[in-house]
Structure formats: C-alpha cells, structure tokens
Design a protein. Structure first.
Length: 370
C-alpha cells in the first residue's frame, strides 16, 4: 500500500517523466513529422490515461479489475513507444511505479515482469536482431531485467510482510497502553477514593471521596466506550490539545485538592492525532502517578509549542523516587506506567525523560515532533 504522503508525488512524477521525454523527442525529431506526430500523440494518450484514472485514488485502488486494466494499457502504450524509439524506455520509470504500487500480490510479479520486458527492449534497441548472436543478446538483456525487477518485487513483498508483523506487535503494545491509560488507571483511582472513604470519619469527607469514585467510574465507562470505537480520548473530541490538557489538570486538581500551575507557551497549532493522544495520555499518567505515589503539595504543568517540537513537562514537589528502580519494579510486577509513557512517546520518534530522586520531587518531560 502506498503511503498517502507519497501518492501525490508518485502521480506528479509520472507527468514529469512523460513531459521530459516528450520535450526531448520534440527537440530530436523536429521536422521528422511522420515519426514525431505519432510519438507525441502516444505520449499525450499515456498522460491522458494517467490523468483520467488518477490511479492513486482510493476508489480505484480498491478495485483490482480497474487497476489491472489501467496498468495493462499503460504497459502496452509504453511498449508501443519503445518500438518507435529506445529512449522511451525511460517511461518505464512511471510504469514500474504503477506496477509496484498498485497491483496486488502475486499479480504484481506479472505487471513488473511485463514492464521489465519493455525496459529490456528499450535497452537493447541498438542491438541487431538479424543474427542469432544479436537475438541472444537481446534475450539476455530482457531476462536480466525481468530477474532483477521481479526479484526486487519479491524482496519488497517479504519486507512488507515483515513490517506488517512488526505493526501487529506494535498495535498490541498500543492497545495494552490504551487499556492501562483508560480502564486500569481509572480502576486504580476508584480503589484509592473508596479506600479513603472507608477510612474517613467525617461524613462529608466520606461523601466527597465516594462522589470522586463515582465520577471516576463514569469517566472510565465513557473512556471504555470511546476506546472500543476509536481509541481516541473523548477530551480531544471536544477541545484542542491545550484545552484538553487544561481540563484534565483542572479536574484532577479539583478531585485531589492538589494545586496545579498551568502554562502554555508558543504559537498553538494542530498536531497529528497520535501526537496529541500521546501527550494527553502522558499528562493523565503522570498526574495519576503524582496522586498515587508522590505525596506532593503542588504540581506545575507546562505545554510548549516550538518550531518543530511540542513539549510537555509535569513537575511535582513530592517525595521523589529512583526511576531505574521504579522501571525495574514495574517490569517485575507487570506494571505499565512509566514503560507505557516511554513506549507511547518513542513510538512517535519522540523522547521522554523522567528526572527524580528521593526527597527531591519528580519531573516528567515529553517531546514529540510537531
């Protein structure tokens, strides 16, 4: 499957190749109208064929029969042009692109092989076919093209399968993080509030903790439903990232009674969805850790937009800890907090740093490409 970011480039590149070859032909064949006119007409037909089909549109790519017709005609047009002049073999660059990118496996091998034959004919156009040796040389050039290009197609197919397996593993890890960041985190908060309610002597304090547990349960149910649908935090559906982070922070502060200082710096802009989700989840996990473990009296949260990076920092004045020991403990006990945060950020080519030491508070810093 073609990366959406490359579809336009691939479509435009085919017109650039056709245009360059047509211009070259115009310069070389000017005045030789019996040859120039049909060659230019065929170039125009090839360009029109690509323009009409716009082959990288999803509507065409999902219909194998249409793709087969498009690529077959493109190969035939390329072959016809090569039979006119060998330099039209350069057009095989575009034809190879369509064969590799559009035709499903294993039919891709047939399309690539046919295009390789066209390229081989172009490369051997100066060899005389009148003798047995010449014919053998032409056959050898064509065979080498077919073997090399089909071998490349096979290699790309194997690489794609390997990448797909890696993607499955990455998706499993992502789902584990989502479950931790939604259900497990919410259950832990509910347990904490209910335990506090049991230990409270004042009925009003007991009621406050019970209400907080009920709120967490409702939020957890909403998160679970949303996760089943799209695994995107509901907070990001109703607000931009700075607002979503601020809402999470204010709700957390109201529930825990711990003051939180919020700052947002830099020109706000829309980030990729995965980046916004990662920063919001990191905020939720870091604040959950502060509530459960730090004993902090104050928290500072900063979201900064830089030219190529978005940065998040959560700092508390709590009891602190040894990050290396904490990560080792989580691995041993199947915990997922710090590990999940790091995996989520690093999966986006970002960076996560946890600075802490016993008695000196904790700082969590996350940065993702913007």
């Amino acid at each position: 499957m073609v990366d959406p970011r490359w579809r336009t480039a691939l479509a435009v590149s085919s017109f650039l190749v056709i245009g360059a070859i047509a211009a070259f032909t115009l310069g070389i064949r000017w005045g030789d109208w019996p040859r120039l006119v049909p060659e230019l007409i065929l170039c125009a037909i090839y360009a029109g064929w690509v323009l009409v089909f716009r082959p990288f549109r999803e509507t065409w790519r999902s219909r194998p029969a249409v793709v087969g017709v498009f690529v077959s005609v493109a190969i035939l047009l390329n072959l016809t042009l090569v039979l006119f002049d060998g330099w039209f073999g350069f057009l095989a660059i575009a034809t190879f692109t369509f064969s590799y990118a559009l035709v499903p496996w294993p039919w891709e091998l047939a399309a690539v092989g046919a295009t390789a034959v066209v390229a081989g004919l172009a490369q051997s156009s100066s060899i005389s076919r009148a003798t047995l040796i010449g014919a053998a040389e032409v056959a050898a050039v064509i065979a080498i093209n077919v073997i090399v290009m089909c071998g490349m197609a096979w290699g790309l197919h194997l690489a794609q399968r390997t990448t797909q397996r890696a993607s499955v593993e990455a998706e499993r890890s992502r789902l584990a993080r989502e479950i931790h960041d939604t259900l497990a985190q919410g259950f832990a908060g509910i347990v904490t509030q209910l335990q506090a309610a049991e230990q409270a002597a004042d009925p009003r304090v007991r009621r406050r903790h019970s209400d907080a547990a009920l709120t967490l349960a409702r939020d957890g149910l909403a998160e679970a439903r949303r996760s089943v649908q799209a695994l995107r935090p509901p907070a990001l559906d109703a607000a931009r990232l700075p607002e979503a982070v601020a809402n999470v922070a204010r709700s957390w502060s109201a529930r825990t009674g711990i003051p939180i200082d919020l700052t947002t710096d830099g020109p706000e802009r829309v980030l990729p969805t995965d980046a916004e989700v990662a920063l919001l989840r990191t905020t939720q996990e870091a604040l959950a850790n502060v509530e459960r473990h730090s004993g902090a009296r104050r928290v500072a949260l900063a979201l900064r937009y830089e030219q190529h990076t978005a940065r998040l920092e959560i700092r508390d004045d709590g009891r602190g800890f040894d990050p290396a020991v904490a990560v080792a403990t989580q691995h041993a006990t199947n915990g997922f907090g710090l590990v999940a945060m790091r995996e989520r950020i690093e999966s986006l080519a970002g960076d996560l740093v946890v600075e802490s030491s016993p008695g000196h508070g904790t700082a969590v810093r996350a940065a993702v490409p913007a």
